[in-house]
Design a protein around this ligand. Structure first.
Ligand SMILES: [Zn+2]
Length: 118
């Protein structure tokens, strides 16, 4: 069969890709919509709240809430170096040991984030 034959009849003679029936008889459900593309949230769209938390024993920790997980991971080493302090990611939030709110807010703003002290 040549291409000419396929397109000779009505357009409904084209077989369905899934059930191979002519489209006029096809009972297939409509194809699902494509999965949403996960785009990274730009820094400027992330509102970061920089809080000071006191831990049992009087230890102070600067906690950044509102960052995307990917950004939190990228920022952790940068903020640790910037503050000269240790830090970690806990429950998706960057934690920097000690009180560094001002430094952290300034650094975040420099990088394009919307940051404020909470
Ligand atoms: Zn079908």
């Amino acid at each position: 069969m040549t291409l000419k034959h396929i397109f000779k009849g009505t357009k409904w003679d084209v077989p369905c890709e899934r059930c191979a029936k002519p489209l006029s008889e096809c009972q297939c459900p409509p194809p699902p919509p494509p999965a949403p593309v996960v785009t990274s949230v730009p820094a400027s769209a992330q509102k970061v709240v920089v809080r000071l938390e006191k831990r049992p024993g009087g230890k102070k920790v600067t906690v950044l809430a509102g960052l995307e997980a990917k950004d939190a991971e990228e920022l952790l080493p940068r903020l640790k170096a910037h503050c000269g302090a240790g830090g970690t990611i806990k429950d998706g939030k960057v934690e920097v040991q000690g009180e560094h709110r001002d430094k952290v807010v300034l650094e975040l703003e420099k990088l394009g984030y919307k940051a404020r002290k909470g």
